[in-house]
Design a protein around this ligand. Structure first.
Ligand SMILES: Nc1ncnc2c1ncn2[C@@H]1O[C@H](COP(=O)(O)OS(=O)(=O)O)[C@@H](OP(=O)(O)O)[C@H]1O
Length: 302
């Protein structure tokens, strides 16, 4: 059983330890046999993920494991098992590829480690990652939370607090069995209002890519996706192992399904304070460079 070490904060140790799954070997084996995903759409939130998962699900070979959460608690593992039992009984039985999706997987610091513990790192799970120019992502995130009444600060307040929060983070997580040499900072799983931190993609991806080989990750930006949705979806299907012939057969269904966009907030940077956008741009510049280095290509301009 791997152990965890939390540096810098005595208080955070208890909370995090409680969240670690204390599963039995039997349970693990069951989950592994029945519920191992073929691919996971990891996020990131506000990068078109709700649309992408629906487009992929239009392909009959793909089914979705629902209510998976962060694969962190006993309940979430039990959900995995309950769902796979339903699958056995017929729901989605024709589908040959099982997907896991939440837009928060990429960001939640425990998920890659828990995934490795549940399924090991040797199997062939594939990962799909949607990213978006991070200033636009942060603005979209902010306005989405305003619209859904989960954000009451002004944009300037929320962004400034987010930058401060990220800059001041001290907590680090170290996986003892495989120590990360320069581990990205860990902070509380503030999943819903971290408009700024979620755009620091290189930290999140490095955690994942430390555990799973880089070739398993297909990374696409929302900007690239918008230019050629069917082409990008075909590349995704190929990445998760679908044959060229089946992808060709799916083309018309994909062309139909991409007509609808999901989770559109219609937020636009032009309505945002220019000074705040400049502040965000400067904050992300060095992080973007690290991301481009990690992926070996530039995803968007400065
Ligand atoms: N097909 C397509 N092409 C281009 N853009 C698209 C598409 N589908 C969704 N979107 C935009 O993606 C944003 C929503 O992203 P998510 O679905 O990941 O949001 S969420 O985290 O699940 O809430 C949201 O961005 P904003 O409208 O700027 O907020 C959507 O408009």
């Amino acid at each position: 059983m791997p152990h965890w070490l939390f540096s810098d904060s005595k208080e955070s140790v208890k909370g995090w330890k409680e969240r670690i799954v204390e599963e039995s070997d039997e349970l693990l084996k069951l989950v592994n046999r029945k519920f191992r995903p073929d691919f996971m759409l990891l996020g990131s939130s506000k990068c078109g993920t709700s649309s992408v998962i629906r487009y992929l699900l239009a392909v009959p070979e793909v089914s979705l494991a629902s209510r998976v959460g962060m694969i962190e608690t006993q309940e979430e593992i039990q959900d995995c098992i309950a769902y796979s039992s339903r699958l056995q009984e017929g729901q989605g039985a024709s589908a040959s590829m099982l997907a896991h999706y939440t837009p928060h997987y990429i960001y939640h610091p425990m998920t890659p480690y828990n995934l490795e513990r549940l399924f090991g790192s040797e199997h062939n799970i594939r990962f799909l990652v949607m990213l978006r120019e991070p200033v636009a992502r942060a603005v979209s995130s902010y306005y989405f939370k305003v619209k859904t009444e989960r954000e009451s600060r002004t944009l300037a307040e929320a962004i400034s607090a987010g930058i401060q929060y990220h800059t001041n983070m001290r907590h680090k997580i170290i996986y003892i069995d495989k120590t990360l040499p320069d581990c990205p900072p860990l902070h509380d799983p503030n999943l819903f209002n971290d408009h700024v931190g979620k755009g620091v993609y290189h930290e999140q991806l490095r955690r994942w890519m430390h555990i799973f080989p880089k070739e398993r990750f297909y990374v696409c930006t929302l900007e690239e996706f918008s230019q050629d949705p069917v082409g990008k979806l075909s590349e995704m299907l190929s990445h998760i192992g679908m044959s060229e012939e089946d992808i060709r057969k799916s083309r018309s269904v994909l062309e139909q399904t991409v007509q609808k966009k999901w989770n559109v907030t219609q937020s636009s940077s032009s309505s945002a304070d220019q000074e705040v956008l400049e502040q965000l741009k400067a904050f992300y510049a060095p992080h973007n460079e690290k991301l481009f280095q990690l992926l070996g290509r530039r995803l968007w301009g400065m």
